[in-house]
Design a protein around this ligand. Structure first.
Ligand code: SF4
Ligand code: SF4
Length: 339
């Protein structure tokens, strides 16, 4: 189902949603002047189609820190109080297609060996309306990862710029229900979407996966390890990274909260055992882990690479560790090129 919506109608739609208690999250100005996904109250606060929001949508579904449950000693036992699952309906408006795709990639691991109820409660309460990108930044490489500037994966509704307004394509049952439920803002008038930027040839991801499988030991890792500072900037803004730690914050020994906090495989402490042994003792092995997980381990298990080509890590890395360059280099090695 494809409809059209004007900017004026979108303004009315946002006002209607917020008046009904729906949280609307969109790219908007952050306190320091940058752009980030934030709750907005009017469309005028949204920056649709502007610069890449600094952080991905991961935080919308899994906040950087959150209580999992509270516990209290009661007599000889312990009473647990699970954290309340999120239930406020919310709409992400103007999601980057690469970010919507990232949520879809993470659904696979969040529902795998253990169903992450907190993730899925927020997923259920959220409608994702993505906006096709009118242009690609020099750091973007979604097309080279098999997506595109108007990729539909992970979105419930995809808006495409169309002159002064947008076309609106409902992609899922949730998206159709959303458009039907707010029908007065959408029109059936035929509108033609502006052309999306062309896609380049994708990386040979199958070949890259195969090469990685056979090159756990390779000079490439030492090279990356020498450059990488282990700061974790790349993983903290990535739409597909999902490591976290579990910690207990206690109030003496009688009560406390079990909490999960985002963490990253790029820091030295991440894999330290209580014995003191660290199976990833140097930065080379940590860099290898990041690339292997994204392009070999995850694809094997879930048939999806753990990267949507958003380019945030390219922008964020202070040391010039550039994922598309690494993939290019691996592709060359897989083809018998540069060693
Ligand atoms: S690895 Fe880099 S380019 Fe790929 S999704 Fe993560 S932040 Fe974006
Ligand atoms: S941002 Fe760059 S320097 Fe920092 S951990 Fe990631 S790859 Fe290493």
């Amino acid at each position: 189902m494809t409809k059209a919506i004007t900017k004026e109608a979108l303004t009315g739609l946002v006002a209607e949603l917020t008046a009904a208690g729906v949280r609307v999250i969109a790219p908007a100005k952050a306190a320091d002047g940058g752009t980030d996904y934030r709750a907005i109250f009017t469309l005028a606060d949204a920056i649709l189609g502007g610069e890449m929001p600094r952080r991905s949508l991961r935080a919308v579904f899994q906040p950087p820190t959150e209580a999992v449950f509270g516990w209290e000693r009661k007599g000889t036992g312990i009473e647990l109080t699970p954290a309340a699952a999120a239930s406020q309906p919310q709409v992400v408006l103007g999601a980057r297609p690469c970010d919507a795709a990232g949520v879809n990639v993470l659904d696979k691991v969040m529902g795998w060996d253990y169903k992450d109820d907190m993730w899925f409660a927020r997923r259920e309460a959220t409608t994702i309306i993505s906006l096709a990108c009118a242009e690609m930044a020099p750091t973007c490489f979604c097309d080279k990862i098999g997506l595109s500037a108007d990729a539909t994966v992970g979105a419930d509704v995809l808006l495409r710029p169309a002159g002064e307004g947008y076309t609106a394509e409902a992609l899922t049952a949730k998206g159709e229900a959303f458009v039907s439920g707010h029908a007065r803002w959408f029109s059936d008038e035929p509108v033609t979407a502006d052309p999306a930027p062309p896609s380049r040839e994708a990386f040979p991801l199958d070949k890259i996966e195969e090469w990685l499988e056979g090159h756990f030991e390779d000079a490439l890792w030492a090279d990356l390890g020498l450059r990488c500072l282990g700061c974790g900037a790349c993983t903290s803004i990535c739409p597909t990274c999902h490591c976290f730690d579990i910690v207990d914050e206690t109030d003496g020994t009688a009560a406390g909260t079990r909490r999960r906090n985002w963490d990253t495989c790029q820091t030295g402490l991440f894999t330290v055992h209580t014995s003191g042994h660290n199976p990833r003792a140097d930065q080379a092995s940590r860099c290898r882990q990041r690339i292997l997980h994204k392009f070999e381990i995850y694809p094997k298990r879930f048939e999806a690479v753990l990267c949507t080509g958003c380019g945030r890590c390219v922008q964020a890395c202070p040391a010039g560790v550039i994922v598309p360059e690494i993939l290019d280099s691996i592709a060359q090695r897989a083809n018998g090129g540069a060693a």
